[in-house]
Design a protein around this ligand. Structure first.
Ligand code: ATR
Length: 294
């Protein structure tokens, strides 16, 4: 009976077990697979994960804060995204080996709405010499690293209504951060361009990866955009899961923009992890419902 879990510190408030268990139930795997939560302190992370991998009953784990860099470091092999971003959120245990992947990157692309940005049937998007759309990433932490790399490269989008694969074209990515040096570093490493004074209205996509708004801060006081910059035809994505709707998304919606909340990011990265372990595409609707219930 393969076990799965999310490892974090702390891990008490994670929504992943409810979300992944709902997906496993919908896939008719709930009798076979289980998904739990394990709190592991940073000092013992490497030893405890090695023990889990060796014991044989775990098929893999999701890894969340503060372990994502350590998860990559202990793996025997790693996906291109995990290596480029320098962090892993998904470990797979097989034949005594540990494989690392970063589904946060794919989760960003799969959160983008099908039908916008030329996202459609695989092979149809981003063709020819169409100019790249512009994306603004706010922040320079771990979530920003995944977003910058994913958007600068493009890749697989969410499956369409018929379950067919879609492609997301690459964006031209500008990166703003409160501490500008960090923006320079992550942009240089991951394929973006640091920007000090972005004009919010110029971007097709704005992705907030900062913690601004999680504790009631006014986004327009702390971030380099004004409510008046937001407009119809734009997509605004608040990647961090927090109070709903965030003040940023509420303003974006009022301006007629398309909004994506952090819960969708949680669902999409989790769906990709589950697909790695089970080989099947889980039901996103079941996962959304499970995550909301948690
Ligand atoms: P992550 O959780 O993605 O790994 P992190 O490393 O904790 O992120 O970083 C949080 C991000 O939120 C950083 O980009 C941080 O900016 P600094 O690099 O300048 O610290 C940003 N952030 C946090 N509070 C902020 C605030 N009040 N105004 C603007 N940015 C803020």
């Amino acid at each position: 009976m393969p076990s799965l879990a999310v490892i974090g510190h702390p891990v008490a408030h994670t929504r992943s077990p409810d979300m992944q268990t709902a997906a496993l139930a919908e896939m008719k795997l709930a009798g076979e697979w289980t998904y739990g939560a394990i709190d592991i302190e940073p000092e013992s992370f490497e030893v405890e994960v090695a023990e889990l991998a060796a014991a044989g009953d775990y098929a893999g784990v999701n890894v969340t804060l503060p372990h994502k860099e350590a998860a990559l470091a202990l793996a025997d092999e790693a996906s291109e995204a995990a290596r480029a971003i320098g962090a892993a959120n998904t470990l797979t245990f097989r034949d005594g080996q540990i494989a690392a992947a970063n589904t946060d990157a794919g989760g960003v692309l799969r959160s983008l709405p099908i039908g916008l940005f030329g996202i459609g049937a695989a092979g149809a998007a981003g063709g020819g010499d169409a100019p790249r759309r512009r994306a603004l990433v706010l922040g320079a932490g771990g979530a920003a690293r995944a977003a910058i790399w994913a958007l600068a490269h493009g890749g697989e989008g969410a499956p369409d209504a018929e379950g067919n694969p879609t492609r997301v074209p690459a964006f031209e990515v500008d990166v703003w951060n409160r501490t500008p040096e960090r923006a320079e570093t992550v942009a240089g490493e991951l394929g973006g361009r640091a920007i000090a004074d972005p004009v919010g209205a110029d971007y097709a996509l704005i992705v907030n990866t900062t913690s601004v708004g999680l504790h009631g801060e006014d986004p327009f006081e702390h971030l380099p955009i004004a409510a008046a910059d937001l407009h119809a035809g734009q997509v605004v994505f608040d990647i961090v899961y927090g109070p709903e709707p965030s003040a940023l998304l509420a303003a974006a919606e009022a301006a007629g923009a398309t909004t994506i909340e952090g819960l969708e990011m949680l669902v999409q990265q989790g769906a990709l992890s589950l697909r790695i372990w089970t080989g099947e595409e889980p039901s996103l609707e079941a996962m959304r419902t499970g995550a909301r219930r948690a």
